[in-house]
Design a protein around this ligand. Structure first.
Ligand code: SF4
Length: 229
């Protein structure tokens, strides 16, 4: 557990407010201003979650069942970011709980020897794209403010991006996941390890793909522990 989290929480909220103001400047539907109290520790993720309630800022709200915000330890050292909720996630309101999620959970718990509750998991868009299509750049661009606020609130030591869309977003360029997986990058000062999406691994369930992801996750866990000392 990090010792500097409580000191960072107020700054996190201030930063989240900065993102909200960017939204307003860009003409996106304005959202309610947060009420902060410098004498209290603000529940950062909870406030960001409240801001998303009933969100209709992009077309993905039209067919969703519910917003899938995130899951796990709000102070996690290791954060996983995927593309968007699938069918089961949309129904249950939790990220990575379908078949791909079961594989991810198995890789975390059996492969890394830590529990899923010890990490934080979310997606770059919080509403299910119809028929699991890739979210459009506009949808990703609209929702990323909330992802950035989540990253700031959790303040992980290491991020693992799952698949091409999440990796491309954080690396700031269109990438080929098979080329960049297993290499270190950085987002807002946080080391980022891109790896294959578990849905891809399920589709191409080879020993090699499973080994590559395991290697990437082990490297990410080791880096998060190094940076926690
Ligand atoms: S994907 Fe994000 S921005 Fe779009 S409606 Fe859902 S919560 Fe709002």
């Amino acid at each position: 557990m990090k010792t500097d989290k409580s000191n960072l929480l107020y700054e996190t909220i201030r930063s989240a407010l900065g993102h909200v103001e960017e939204f307003v400047e860009e003409g996106v539907a304005p959202i309610k201003r947060l009420q902060s109290d410098e004498n209290k520790t603000p529940p950062a993720l909870g406030l960001i979650h409240d801001q998303l309630e009933g969100c209709t800022r992009c077309p993905l709200h039209e067919q969703r069942t519910q917003i899938v915000f995130g899951d796990g330890d709000p102070n996690a050292n290791l954060m996983f970011i995927g593309e968007g909720p699938g069918e089961k996630e949309d129904l249950l309101g939790l990220p990575f709980v379908g078949r791909a999620g079961e594989l991810l959970t198995k890789m975390i718990e059996n492969g890394l020897g830590i529990t899923r509750k010890e990490v934080y998991i979310c997606n770059i868009v919080k509403c299910r794209p119809p028929k699991n299509r890739t979210p459009t750049p506009t949808e990703v661009g609209t929702c990323r403010t909330f992802l950035d606020s989540q990253i700031e609130a959790v303040s992980p030591k290491t991020i693992v991006t799952l698949g091409k869309p999440a990796s491309s977003l954080l690396l700031g360029k269109d990438i080929a996941i098979t080329k960049v997986r297993g290499t270190w990058h950085e987002y807002r000062g946080i080391p980022v390890m891109p790896t294959l999406h578990p849905a891809f691994v399920l589709r191409q369930y080879t020993e090699q793909n499973r080994r590559l992801v395991w290697q990437d996750l082990k490297a990410a866990l080791a880096k998060s522990r190094e940076r926690s000392v």
